[in-house]
Design a protein around this ligand. Structure first.
Ligand code: S6P
Ligand code: ZN
Length: 194
């Protein structure tokens, strides 16, 4: 790990960092139960465990004075009518924020709090999204052809809680209807919460 200030490049055409510590690749099989159309999910998985998204991480010590950063790339595609998306998570230390800067593509950040608030923000090149502490987040690629490429920064001690979202999902889904993205209620979320 670096002990003096350091730099890395995020260059066109793909904005992958010039150096990184970790490359995560998440495929369809890691999203069991997350897509509302379970039949479409099963059929697609039987054909191919496709790559949904990748994360290049620049890691630092997991302490509050440090910052984690990196690049996430969500590939284009759909499971049924629902766009490819990240697993989504809360930070384990709930009271930690995050910033996302979109380099390329078009999509949405779906967010909610444990208190019942929700928000969905558009993501497109040049746009900066500030995610407040306590807001769980999932990125969704709503472009039919382009990667959604974003740079992110969050506190070193934040950690990740995936379990809550795996169990309940998000309140809102982004689906394609009549060739356009639409934000709808997640029927599975309502069911899970009675
Ligand atoms: C971490 C930050 C991103 C995500 C990445 C993948 O706090 O929000 O690095 O990890 O977008 O999403 P997920 O939900 O699989 O971690
Ligand atoms: Zn996060």
């Amino acid at each position: 790990m670096q002990t003096t200030p350091f730099c890395y490049q995020l260059d066109k055409p793909d904005y992958r960092p010039s150096s990184y510590d970790n490359h995560i690749q998440r495929t369809l099989s890691s999203m069991k139960g997350q897509y509302v159309d379970q039949e479409a999910y099963g059929q697609m998985l039987a054909e191919d465990d496709v790559l949904l998204y990748e994360v290049y991480e620049i890691l630092r010590p997991e302490i509050s004075g440090e910052l984690m950063s990196g690049v996430s790339i969500v590939h284009p595609g759909k499971v049924g009518t629902e766009y490819f998306m990240t697993k989504g998570h809360y930070h384990s230390v709930l009271d930690t924020a995050e910033i996302y800067y979109t380099h390329q593509g078009f999509g949405y950040m779906v967010m909610e709090t444990p208190e019942g608030d929700w928000a969905v923000e558009e993501l497109y090149p040049g746009r900066v999204l500030y995610i407040l502490p306590r807001w769980g987040h999932r990125s969704v690629n709503a472009s039919p052809t382009e990667d959604l490429v974003m740079y992110f920064i969050y506190p070193g001690h934040a950690g990740h809680d995936y379990g809550t979202i795996e169990e309940k999902g998000f309140r809102k889904l982004v689906v394609e209807r009549n060739g356009r993205p639409e934000i709808i209620d997640n029927p599975r979320w309502s069911h899970a919460n009675g």
